[in-house]
Design a binder for this molecule. Sequence first.
Ligand SMILES: *[C@@H]1O[C@H](CO)[C@@H](O)[C@H](O)[C@H]1NC(C)=O
Ligand SMILES: *[C@@H]1O[C@H](CO)[C@@H](O)[C@H](O)[C@H]1NC(C)=O
Ligand SMILES: *[C@@H]1O[C@H](CO)[C@@H](O)[C@H](O)[C@H]1NC(C)=O
Ligand SMILES: *[C@@H]1O[C@H](CO)[C@@H](O)[C@H](O)[C@H]1NC(C)=O
Ligand SMILES: *[C@@H]1O[C@H](CO)[C@@H](O)[C@H](O)[C@H]1NC(C)=O
Ligand SMILES: *[C@@H]1O[C@H](CO)[C@@H](O)[C@H](O)[C@H]1NC(C)=O
Ligand SMILES: *[C@@H]1O[C@H](CO)[C@@H](O)[C@H](O)[C@H]1NC(C)=O
Ligand SMILES: *[C@@H]1O[C@H](CO)[C@@H](O)[C@H](O)[C@H]1NC(C)=O
Ligand SMILES: *[C@@H]1O[C@H](CO)[C@@H](O)[C@H](O)[C@H]1NC(C)=O
Ligand SMILES: *[C@@H]1O[C@H](CO)[C@@H](O)[C@H](O)[C@H]1NC(C)=O
Length: 685
Amino acid sequence: MPVHGLTRILLCLLPMWRVLIPVSSYPQHVPCQLMQRTALCNDRKFSSVPAGLPANIEELQLNHNDIETLRNNSLQLYTSLNTLSLACNSLDRLESNTFKDSNLLESLNLANNNLNIGYQETSLALRKLPCIRILDLSENKLNNEMVSLLLQNLTALEYLNLSGNLLRRLDETSFRDLQQLKDLDLQRNIIFEIDGAFDGNSKLQRLNLAFNYLPCLTEFHMTQLVVLNASHNSIEWFMSTQELSDTFQLETLDLSHNKLFFFPFLPSRSHLRNLYLSHNILRFYEHMANNVSFPNSTSAVEFYNLQKYNNNITAQLWDDNLHGDISALEILDLRGNQVAYFPQGFIQKMPSLSRLQMSTNCLETFNLTSEQFSGALYELDISNNRLNHILADDTTLAALGNLTYFNLSLNDLKRLPIGLFSSLQSIRSVDLSFNNIDICHSDEAEMSTHTLPGCVDWKNIISLRQIYLKGCSLDRIPTSAFTGLSLTHLELSDNPGLAVQNSLQSLSSTLQHLGLGNTQIKDLDFSSFQRLKSLNLSKNHLPYLPSSLQNTDLKVLDLRDNRLLTISSGQAYALASKLQTVFLTGNPFNCCQTEWFRTFETTKTVNMVGQSNIKCEDLFQLTHRVEDSRSFLCLEAGESMLWYILLFVPVCVSLIGISIIVLLTFKPKLLQNSIKKRYLKPTSY
Ligand SMILES: *[C@@H]1O[C@H](CO)[C@@H](O)[C@H](O)[C@H]1NC(C)=O
Ligand SMILES: *[C@@H]1O[C@H](CO)[C@@H](O)[C@H](O)[C@H]1NC(C)=O
Ligand SMILES: *[C@@H]1O[C@H](CO)[C@@H](O)[C@H](O)[C@H]1NC(C)=O
Ligand SMILES: *[C@@H]1O[C@H](CO)[C@@H](O)[C@H](O)[C@H]1NC(C)=O
Ligand SMILES: *[C@@H]1O[C@H](CO)[C@@H](O)[C@H](O)[C@H]1NC(C)=O
Ligand SMILES: *[C@@H]1O[C@H](CO)[C@@H](O)[C@H](O)[C@H]1NC(C)=O
Ligand SMILES: *[C@@H]1O[C@H](CO)[C@@H](O)[C@H](O)[C@H]1NC(C)=O
Ligand SMILES: *[C@@H]1O[C@H](CO)[C@@H](O)[C@H](O)[C@H]1NC(C)=O
Ligand SMILES: *[C@@H]1O[C@H](CO)[C@@H](O)[C@H](O)[C@H]1NC(C)=O
Ligand SMILES: *[C@@H]1O[C@H](CO)[C@@H](O)[C@H](O)[C@H]1NC(C)=O
């Protein structure tokens, strides 16, 4: 009996003990990290909201836990909360009274959960949040019906993230109650139709519709919108309502990665500054207007709004004046389209244009004089077109006083206007790679003034820092080619057989990156290149590393695809102390001289790119990974194949001997029999 009584007392004490422990141990054992009024409880395998946090916390982060249901009482201790984050749990519902005491909650992140399961109950919970301004419901497998219910009565909402859900169609009921909405992220849904969905959201400023299935955006009339991102859809037409006399607030429009045939029909008044149209199939059609070659071509297309016949739109296709207001444009990105020319006066309509990105289009000639770019132009990228001509006069070039970056690579240029670069006062970076140009000899440029020379010249352009001349079929660089320049980058790779002579020495005090890959360069003296940080010597048949490399400060060195057998330990040591990245694959290294590899490997600051693909050859010309080279049988330097044979022959001979002796000892009969069989055949008398 007394024993029983004791057990009972103990059993009663146990729950008390359990209850007391968390309370008494606070604050020593707070389950989460606290920072002022924020509790960070991310990634802790919690299956419910932890108790035992200070009651006055204002922010609670519970991302990446295992909470499945947010219970009615789970937040009752924390009535001061204004921010709650429950992203990446397995939440399928919030019980309807979860927020009954959370009057201050303004920001709620429920991203990446399973709210599609318990959305009905969850919607009741959300309705108790009169102050909620910020709500993230992204990645919850929510469809239209679920979203409508969840958003009911959230009248204070300003920021809403619905990305990565299953929305298909948006109409006027979708966001009806959200009169305060400013920022709406709808990317990565399956939206294919929008019909008056945002008419009630008069404060909406940022709208992201990227990665959906929209076939067109017509009748665009959201005058208050500042940023519209509709990239990565299937949009063939973008047309704003032209009749509106209001000025649109639109500043950024992203229609990249769509199927636009025509330049978008922009609002007739706007502040549009950034227009992203890359990766469409857009071109200009001015040549089609009133052209006798196309007598029957349609000149207008009409769009019928099938639901309410009151807003048919007609577009005059060939009239390139209908682009709308582009007068404030600063960035125009047209990469990857089919533009062959600009309509007359088009460039002049953009007096603030600072970046024009035209790479990968169909331009054949480019007349800078007739286009009349503004002096604000900073970046001009016309790479990867079919340009064979660039035309410009001195006055035009002198007006481009801000042009800093000029990319002409991947064209068919053979000639450039005289003094193209020397007239550009701010030019820093010129890419002429993959053209057929030549570099002028000192007197050539002067001789051929007033005619188009077949060579480029950039002597004494003090602003110039970067020149790219990859794959220009250059065979020689005149000694004086770079005099008066302070280049930091020079790219000469892919000019096989290039003779650089002494031209590079004048750059030795400034050059930081030098590309000499695939030039068949032999030995070059790098000892005066004190600032060199990155050097590309790949594909050059180099049999050994230039010794002058030791004295440089290289951080990146590309030695791929050469004929290096080894790297001397002195060089490896000197390089390893400074290098950060080294490329060494594709060399026939000797497996027995791989000390350099250990040096690089043990220096933790060096990254050997593709380390496990660095191969070496052993004495029998078998290929191994240098990584495994510790396991090869190697001979000291100076030893020859003969030693190998001398070592090998006695071993083999003794092995054979031993086998014979063993055979004879254990199976003498076998031998006798075979001898008998062969030589002692019974003869017939
Ligand atoms: C939600 O709004 C509707 C009107 O849109 C109103 O009738 C209803 O009472 C509101 N419900 C709550 C819970 O506030
Ligand atoms: C919306 O959520 C997605 C996924 O959770 C995220 O990648 C995106 O950045 C969010 N949008 C904004 C505007 O914060
Ligand atoms: C538009 O959205 C896509 C996808 O999120 C993003 O990559 C792109 O940078 C956005 N565009 C702009 C102008 O912000
Ligand atoms: C008519 O179209 C042809 C073919 O595209 C073009 O070469 C020509 O310049 C155009 N004529 C006019 C007046 O634009
Ligand atoms: C253009 O239209 C006229 C009258 O409709 C027709 O006779 C002619 O064959 C058409 N031309 C072409 C090239 O289609
Ligand atoms: C729009 O087009 C439809 C179909 O052709 C037509 O019935 C309707 O009258 C037009 N509406 C207006 C306002 O022009
Ligand atoms: C380039 O444009 C200027 C000015 O419009 C013009 O005078 C010149 O003829 C054009 N050059 C060529 C080759 O079309
Ligand atoms: C060139 O750029 C500077 C600085 O960004 C700017 O102040 C100046 O107005 C620009 N020049 C022209 C002609 O736009
Ligand atoms: C020039 O354009 C080409 C092709 O678009 C690109 O690969 C290259 O990196 C650009 N050059 C520079 C210096 O940015
Ligand atoms: C070095 O030049 C070669 C030949 O042009 C090129 O393939 C390689 O990518 C360059 N290496 C680095 C690190 O850029």
